[in-house]
Design a protein around this ligand. Structure first.
Ligand code: WTA
Length: 662
């Protein structure tokens, strides 16, 4: 683990002491009333048990928590079906005609309205199709799809037949797909011909075809026709969704699975080059996401129109588009495209037209809207909104205030929610009818969750001090492990501070005891809310034929939070002159190589070619110094380097290329 870099950010945050209490009207009608903290924290396990009983169980559980560090089980002897909890129970209660999704495609006027009954029929057909393809409980299925209703149906169909899904973000390249499909040994892939990105049809099936050249275990590929673009077809393996799924019976008798049956795997970046397959359970996870969704977003299923503007390929889409909102039976907006497709006011048009009441998105998106100008939201009626949420990275006070006034009309509480792929659901947040949040602070642990900020020795820091964020006790939605690697699970999360979960984030406890999350303290970058590991990007860069060595750091960036900056040494004989065309060409080629090996989101913002990298005598690259260089800070201690002049040289190279940023 490297140093705790975010200290620099602390000083400016500490000047932020404004608070924004909810209105009396909001507070009075809120799902969470102040007594919730005392009730939950008096006996967290009993409180979570009460929450678990809001789900529909086929076999009621008798045990709540079993904790055998680092392995927890929750509600272990109960059985249930996740898709029944999301769909059947609402339909059975007479709410089948309620809209589950107002779906809005990227092309104008391409919309669908999907009720709970419609979604149940889609899911039943897909579940029948999976069973007809020989899928059994426990088999893994990969999903690589655009933001279309079939993506939700595919996930819930997997859940229905007990096959853990592994959703792979639609921006990942063929290599990244292959790694994930092989790591989880998936036997079926569900995809689409393509998806719309900024008006163009981008191929998805094509990436899957390339990936599957190295995944011989995949028996079938189900393909939704979305764009109508040309695709290659492998007879016997590939099946069209409209031919194979939509001709299946529209009812399906769901089986019940133990609470600890794995619901899904989600790959996320750690500190090594290979992503970790985080897996989640069924009963505990559903309890966590359903409860947090109900209290934090204050949802009223009869009247709210919720919009979680996140991709289904990330954990936010899993927890707060699929499993949380659907267990709670709310109506949602699902939008396929980018924020500026069809104009920079596209989101605000959607909110006006569908009368969205709750909006949940990421700081990077909020900052982008700020840059685009107030005229876009100002030209629409956003008065239907009553609550705003933020997730994915620390939100700077300026963006928080803009979000509150320009989007929320100074009326809507903001919930800044801290959590991770690993935690399954929200862990720290204001509660909208109770807390008077400070702009930029995640404030307090959710009821029933115990969090601390500790120093190197694991001792709680005093008010006004910074340290490492830890979770003190198991919680229902916690990851159950890293797929196929229990040791890495123990080592990564439970060994740094004995018996406590180490989140990898730095945090500060302010003078009132409220918590501010400052960002990662390990070698994980957060670019536009996407997690990337420095090692993963370095691995991709050194895979380029001309590259000898690379060091990657996350440097702060006004819009994306952090940006990837790479320091690269070329192989001897491959060197190029500074500022030459050859240099521009090799840099472009390295960036492209990263896009193809991982994803365009991992492309370095800047690549500095340097004849040497700063190393300690033991050969370790000093990333801390490179981060100083990338962020144009005074250089830290260089005395441990084999060659202290290297950093100054790189600093000069960086200054010479200051105008390269794009
Ligand atoms: C960061 C996304 C500050 C943090 C749900 C965490 C945040 C990582 C916040 C997890 C927040 C997320 N304030 N930082 N409200 N929310 N983070 O796994 O560094 O994609 O460790 O999960 O995002 O990212 P992940």
């Amino acid at each position: 683990m490297s140093d705790s870099r975010p200290e620099g950010a602390v000083e400016s945050l500490l000047h932020e002491d404004r608070t924004f209490a909810p209105s009396a009207e909001f507070a009075a009608q809120a799902n969470a009333q102040p007594s919730i903290y005392a009730e939950a924290n008096a006996d967290p396990v009993a409180w979570w048990t009460e929450q678990a009983n809001t789900l529909t169980w086929d076999t009621p559980f008798t045990k709540s928590l079993t904790w055998d560090l680092p392995f927890a089980t929750w509600f272990e002897d109960g059985t249930l079906n996740a898709s029944v909890n999301c769909l059947d129970r609402h339909v059975d209660a007479g709410r089948g005609d309620k809209v589950a999704f107002h779906w809005i495609g990227e092309p104008e006027d391409d919309t669908r309205t999907i009720t709970y009954s419609d979604l149940l029929a889609m899911v039943s057909q897909a579940a029948n199709a999976l069973e007809a393809l020989g899928v059994e409980a426990g088999d893994r299925i990969a999903i690589y799809m655009p933001m279309i209703p079939e993506a939700v149906a595919a996930m819930l169909a997997c859940a229905r037949v007990g096959a853990p899904h592994s959703v792979i973000f639609g921006g990942f390249s063929a290599d990244a797909i292959a790694d994930r499909v092989n790591d989880a040994d998936c036997s079926i892939v569900i995809t689409a011909d393509g998806g719309y990105r900024r008006g163009a049809a981008a191929g998805l099936k094509q990436q899957v075809d390339d990936a599957l050249k190295s995944c011989p275990q995949v028996r079938n590929v189900l393909v939704v026709r979305r764009t109508g673009q040309e695709v290659n077809w492998q007879e016997g393996r590939d099946l069209w969704w409209h031919e194979y799924v939509e001709t299946q019976p529209a009812n399906h008798a769901a089986k019940s699975f133990p609470a600890e049956h794995p619901l899904y795997i989600m790959y996320t970046s750690g500190t090594t080059a290979s992503p970790k397959g985080i897996f989640h359970s069924t009963g505990g996870y559903l309890t966590h996401v359903s409860t947090t969704h109900r209290y934090i977003f204050d949802v009223k299923p009869e009247t709210d129109i919720c919009w979680t503007a996140a991709d289904i390929g990330w954990v936010t889409g899993h927890s707060y588009i699929v499993y949380g909102p659907l267990t709670n039976g709310v109506t949602q907006i699902m939008y396929e495209g980018t924020p500026d497709a069809g104009g920079r006011d596209r989101w605000w048009r959607i909110i006006e037209e569908y009368k969205a009441t709750i909006l949940y998105t990421a700081p990077t998106t909020i900052r982008t809207f700020m840059k685009w100008g107030d005229e876009h939201p100002a030209s629409h009626d956003l008065s239907s909104l009553r609550l705003l949420g933020s997730v994915g990275e620390p939100i700077n006070p300026e963006a928080w205030i803009w979000y509150r006034s320009t989007i929320g009309g100074d009326r809507c509480p903001i919930v800044d929610t801290w959590w991770q792929t690993e935690t399954g659901g929200i862990m720290m947040t204001p509660l909208p009818g109770i807390t008077a949040p400070k702009p930029g602070a995640a404030m307090t642990p959710f009821p029933g969750i115990s969090i601390d900020v500790v120093d190197n020795e694991g001792i709680s820091v005093a008010k006004g001090e910074g340290g490492f964020l830890v979770v003190n006790a198991p919680w229902p939605g916690m990851l159950r492990g890293i797929w196929g690697d229990p040791e890495r699970y123990h080592e990564t999360y439970w060994s740094r501070f004995e018996g406590r979960y180490f989140a990898g984030d730095g945090a500060k406890r302010d003078d009132d005891g409220d918590i501010w999350v400052l960002g990662r303290v390990d070698d994980v970058m957060n670019v536009s809310g996407h997690r990337l590991s420095t090692a993963e990007v370095e691995h991709a860069i050194v895979g380029h034929d001309d590259v000898a060595e690379a060091a990657v750091v996350g440097a702060s960036d006004d819009t994306t939070g952090q940006a990837v900056v790479a320091f690269v040494t070329l192989k001897s004989g491959k060197e190029v002159d500074a500022n030459s065309e050859a240099e521009a060409a090799v840099i472009a080629s390295i960036r492209n190589h990263v896009a193809v090996s991982i994803s365009p989101i991992a492309k370095p913002r800047q690549i500095i070619l340097t004849p040497d990298l700063p190393k300690t005598r033991s050969g370790k690259i000093m990333r801390r110094l490179l981060r100083d260089v990338a962020e144009h800070r005074a250089l830290g201690d260089v005395t441990t380097l084999t060659d202290p002049t290297v950093v100054a040289m790189i600093d000069a190279l960086m200054a010479a290329h200051a105008s390269d940023d794009d």
